[in-house]
Design a protein. Structure first.
Length: 314
């Protein structure tokens, strides 16, 4: 059974255009919630063995430290994450933990004396799970190098596809395949960034170094899927009795099942990590899941229709 995918190209292009415009609006309104890797600062994650203090109580307890841009967030049942800009205070993490231990000891003392004796004989009530500190200069350098990495990857993709399709000159030049693939990649990355701008605004998800690794992985995965479709087009063009549009539609249908099956098996693994993995890798897996889904869509419903439109306007 052959689906008329290319013949309905206006529907897919309008849908992609709406997603891209919405993502750009999100980026303009809210921007990306850059984490410590890019802005510089410190992150301390702690776990309470007893009752976790309320956010306002924790804020008041740390007021003596005069921490700049302090943000306190509850995580899970007993964990708490603290973010602040200060990175020069020596052993600030130990002082914060000691402050919370004193706070819990005061709470125990206010209950009854017997409980105080029992609590002081136990292991520390506050445990440090993670402490990261990044200077602002390192954060800016990482942001700049991340941008360079993405640009270099895009240029390399265009060059490689143009070289791989160098013998395909009819009905469009080989370099147009590379440019079309990059347009699809921009579509994928903009949508992923827009979704994370939304998630950062309402759910506090941050953009850190693992996210850049996820974006580069998305670029590679998406262009791989696109090249599979383009390669089938290259094989069918010399032997097809159909026009360019119908030849591309046939090629897309021939690779449709392969693309969907590959993406679904990848998404099953990534979604398992999102739901059952640790918090340190969850955002990375979420970015990859969104990118794989959008990349599969663009390879089938965006890249090939753009080729047809480009050929019809020649």
């Amino acid at each position: 059974m052959s689906y008329k995918i290319i013949q309905r190209k206006k529907i897919w292009l309008i849908f992609s255009g709406c997603l891209v415009i919405t993502s750009i609006v999100f980026l303009i309104l809210w921007g990306l919630n850059f984490g410590l890797d890019f802005t510089g600062g410190s992150l301390l994650e702690i776990k309470f063995s007893k009752e976790r203090p309320a956010l306002n109580t924790a804020q008041d307890a740390l007021s003596d430290f005069n921490l700049k841009s302090l943000v306190i967030q509850h995580v899970g049942d007993q964990e708490m994450i603290l973010r602040f800009q200060d990175v020069s205070i020596k052993e600030i993490n130990k002082k914060i933990i000691q402050k919370f231990e004193d706070l819990q000891l005061q709470t125990d003392n206010s209950i009854e004396k017997d409980n105080q004796e029992q609590s002081t004989s136990t292991v520390s009530a506050v445990e440090e799970l993670r402490f990261d500190s990044v200077g602002p200069s390192i954060g800016q350098e990482l942001k700049r190098k991340s941008l360079y990495a993405i640009i270099i990857v895009l240029i390399a993709i265009v060059a490689y596809i143009a070289w791989a399709f160098r013998k395909v000159l009819i009905p469009i030049a080989s370099w147009k395949y590379g440019v079309t693939a990059v347009i699809a990649l921009f579509h994928d990355v903009i949508i992923v960034l827009g979704i994370f701008a939304f998630l950062g605004r309402f759910y506090g998800i941050e953009i850190n170094a693992p996210f850049i690794a996820a974006v580069l992985t998305i670029l590679g995965y998406s262009v791989n899927d696109t090249i599979v479709v383009f390669d089938r087009i290259r094989e069918n063009l010399p032997h097809s009795d159909e026009d360019f549009e119908n030849t591309i539609n046939t090629s897309v249908n021939q690779t449709l099942t392969r693309s969907i099956n590959t993406s679904m098996t990848t998404l099953l693994v990534l979604l398992s990590i999102c739901f059952f993995g640790g918090s340190t890798i969850r955002d990375f897996a979420l970015a990859l899941s969104i990118g794989v889904f959008i990349g599969t869509y663009s390879s089938i419903f965006l890249a090939s229709p753009i080729l047809v439109i480009w050929e019809s306007r020649k």
